[in-house]
Design a protein around this ligand. Structure first.
Ligand code: GCV
Length: 714
């Protein structure tokens, strides 16, 4: 045993600082179990000599994860023992213990405690939870410590999520395509389910459970009724069975007109008793197949989807009718607030608030309203959505987009942890200072018990799951920050880089630095200073600020930037569209004045002359150009920083990132040049000294077309 361990340590020592001899394709995500360096392997081994644990399906998974992880890190096989030995790991679920060794009160159903302590005179590590799933989360947390090189001999930690629902939303279609998906086809092989359950499903559950994600909405919010047929319910049930031991529930998006499409009902009016009875029977049928089914997600009266407003009913009427159907089974309804109507002339950024704010207090207690982080649509940067803090009587859940529809899709390195952190820490001022968005969604601001956060998944059948190695970090960051909204993007990036590449600080530090500046770089080369929605039509790939001829005003980029000879920006102040008036008065007052508006959101709220002076003293025009320049330069710097990491990163992943950074640099330049060419055509201004002219005339950029761009719903 010791001889084997010694050989392993020697072998892994030789590998330190050298590229790995075998291929890394990203499949293992942050759960890579590769040899730790000698000192780390030794301390892992010393604190994990055996495992004492239960035999439930979930505790078995916890034990197997530990065994697999420790074997990968140290080369040692860790036995399951009945008695406590020195250096053992004890898995303790209060649900299965008369006298838990570690108190589990306050941990809730998902939380865990890990403590180094003495049991029957022997130093051991106890991983405890109030439930088996809590223990599983604790096992993953212990492995995270081990993989990141943390000390394992003096652990005393407790961790429980404040947000109850931590879900992925898949925009996966039944035909295998993924709306806004950039990582290949859907991982759900609907055709061969429920019979064939490939290994990816289990690995998907492992990855999510390792972050504490506890639910998944399987199908696109632009839903097909077919997902509610008996055949598809059976397929969803097969997935639910696989995910259950990992603490992950299954949810479905539903199409409002399903009763008409599937069973020929005359209407989908939520106040029609026949419609309510249909949904009740459908819910009963689903719960028979999936007893712990989570509930429904609904996109209604939005972008052409049907909904209760088609019958002159409100969103609350619709949500409450569905809520009544799932309530006897303990289910919930997540009703999306992403609405804007093609016939509403008001500022698009105001429309969700206008529809939903008057409904505050009218939703059933098992309804939660799901609100995107910003009021338009997952832009590189948006101010937080004005509904946060504005509906005190209604639980609101966050919807982030992990897939990067607007942030470079599969190739750009644009770490979203900073976007998540910026939004969660935004202060709504709804109940005075400190009324952060995080406190709205964790329920603490208004005392709500039903709480949630969703991320639109970036997962597909690509071998690396997310279309690029660095896109995995966005899935990781979503899960970790959903679990603990206090985590900083930097801390999460550090964890991720250590587990995904190496805990060696010479690797972690430069990678984290690249990640931390990356989203701001994308904002700079795409939509600086609060600009938004100036990308290509439909596929949303690349720049197109000139588009002005689409049927509805709010489909056109020119609607969003309003650039002309005199200036640029959308006047959303009191004297403009008055979107500022949807924020708490103290905040609205700040946002009404360009001098007290955060400069990063300047043109979101204000239309300003090109000569307006920025905080730097330069004109708005010059500042805009400099932001574009800076964005491109930052990507070039990322390329240089990555090149230096070649000796420390395996060849396969190094090459992927190197190639994608080259694409990103080319596309950043394209964004910069196309936007400058266009804005210069309207402003008529010269470029500031030192800024290069765009590589091509404006018409060249306008002529580009991308008929087969991925992720675009046809
Ligand atoms: C699922 C944006 C996207 C759509 C998406 C929609 C939504 O408009 O471009 O693809 O549809 O948001 O969130 O419902």
């Amino acid at each position: 045993m010791f001889a084997r361990l010694f050989c392993w340590i020697m072998a892994s020592a030789l590998l330190i600082g050298a590229p790995r001899a075998w291929a890394e394709d990203g499949y293992d995500l942050w759960l890579r179990n590769v040899p730790a360096d000698a000192a780390a392997a030794q301390q892992i081994g010393a604190n994990a000599r055996s495992i004492v644990g239960g035999t439930s399906p979930t505790l078995t998974i916890a034990r197997q994860e530990l065994q697999r992880g420790i074997a990968g890190l140290t080369g040692a096989t860790v036995p399951l023992t009945a008695t406590v030995q020195q250096g053992a790991i004890l898995l303790q679920s209060a649900a299965q213990q008369d006298k838990p060794l570690v108190p589990t009160d306050g941990l809730g159903p998902d939380g865990y405690a890990i403590r180094t302590m003495t049991v029957v005179g022997k130093p051991v590590t106890v991983i405890a939870g109030a439930t088996d799933v809590g223990v599983l989360h604790g096992a993953y947390a212990w492995l995270r410590l081990a993989r990141t090189g943390a000390a394992l001999d003096r652990i005393d930690m407790r961790s429980a999520p404040r947000i109850g629902l931590r879900l992925l939303n898949h925009w996966d279609n039944l035909d295998g395509t993924v709306e806004r998906g950039y990582a290949g086809q859907s991982i759900w092989d609907w055709w061969r389910l429920p019979d064939y359950k490939g290994p990816r499903y289990t690995d998907y559950a492992r990855a999510n459970a390792s972050l504490g994600i506890n639910g998944t909405v399987l199908n696109n919010v632009n839903a097909k009724s077919d997902s509610l047929t008996a055949a598809y319910i059976a397929k969803a049930a097969a997935l639910a069975d696989l995910f259950r031991p990992y603490g992950i529930k299954v949810y479905l998006s539903v199409k409002w007109t399903a009763p008409m499409e599937l069973d020929g009902l005359k209407s989908a009016d939520p106040l029609d008793p026949a419609v309510a009875a249909w949904w009740k029977a459908k819910a009963d049928e689903i719960y028979k197949a999936i007893p712990d089914f989570g509930g429904f997600l609904v996109k209604a009266n939005s972008e052409g989807q049907p909904g209760p407003q088609d019958y002159k009913r409100t969103h609350a009427d619709g949500a409450n009718m569905l809520a009544a159907a799932v309530k006897p089974h303990g289910g919930i309804v997540m009703w999306r607030a992403f609405v804007y109507a093609h016939d509403n002339p008001d500022d698009r950024a105001k429309q969700a608030y206008s529809d939903f704010k008057p409904l505050d207090g009218q939703f059933a207690d098992n309804v939660i309203v799901q609100v995107k982080n910003g009021a338009i649509d997952f832009q590189p940067r948006e101010p937080f959505h004005p509904l946060f803090g504005a509906m005190p009587k209604t639980p609101l859940m966050m919807e982030f987009q992990i897939t990067k529809e607007y942030l470079g899709q599969s190739t750009h390195l644009t770490y979203l942890g900073t976007l998540f952190e910026e939004t969660l820490k935004s202060d709504t001022l709804a109940k005075g200072k400190g009324s952060t968005v995080a406190k709205v969604i964790d329920g603490s601001l208004e005392g709500h018990k039903l709480t949630g956060i969703a991320g639109v998944a970036n997962i597909g059948v690509d071998r690396d799951w997310s279309g690029s190695i660095f896109n995995q970090a966005d899935w990781y960051a979503f899960g970790r920050m959903a679990w603990d909204t206090d985590l900083t993007a930097e801390a999460v990036a550090r964890e991720w880089a250590a587990q995904t590449f190496s805990p060696d600080p010479r690797v972690v530090a430069p990678i984290v630095a690249m990640m931390m500046g990356s989203r701001e770089a994308a904002v700079d080369y795409m939509t600086p200073l609060g600009l938004a929605h100036i990308m290509g039509t439909g596929h949303h790939y690349g720049p197109a600020p000139w588009v002005s001829e689409l049927a509805r005003p709010e489909w056109n980029p020119v609607y969003y930037h309003k650039a002309d000879k005199q200036g640029i920006g959308f006047d959303r102040t009191r004297t403009g569209s008055n979107a500022t008036g949807q924020y708490a008065p103290a905040l609205a007052k700040l946002l009404d004045n360009p001098k007290t508006t955060p400069e990063r959101e300047l043109l979101w709220f204000h239309h300003l002359p090109w000569d307006y002076r920025l905080q730097s003293g330069e004109t708005l025009w010059d500042g805009l150009i400099h932001h574009y320049d800076r964005g491109v330069e930052t990507v070039a710097a990322m390329q240089r920083d990555w090149a230096k990491l070649k000796p420390q990163v395996d060849a396969e992943r190094f090459a992927q990132v190197e190639t994608f950074l080259a694409i990103q640099h080319r596309e950043a330049q394209w964004w910069r040049d196309a936007c400058i060419a266009y804005f210069q055509s309207v402003s008529g201004r010269p470029l500031p000294a030192g800024s290069a002219a765009p590589a091509h005339p404006l018409d060249w950029y306008k002529a580009l077309s991308f008929p087969y761009a991925p992720g675009h719903p046809k």
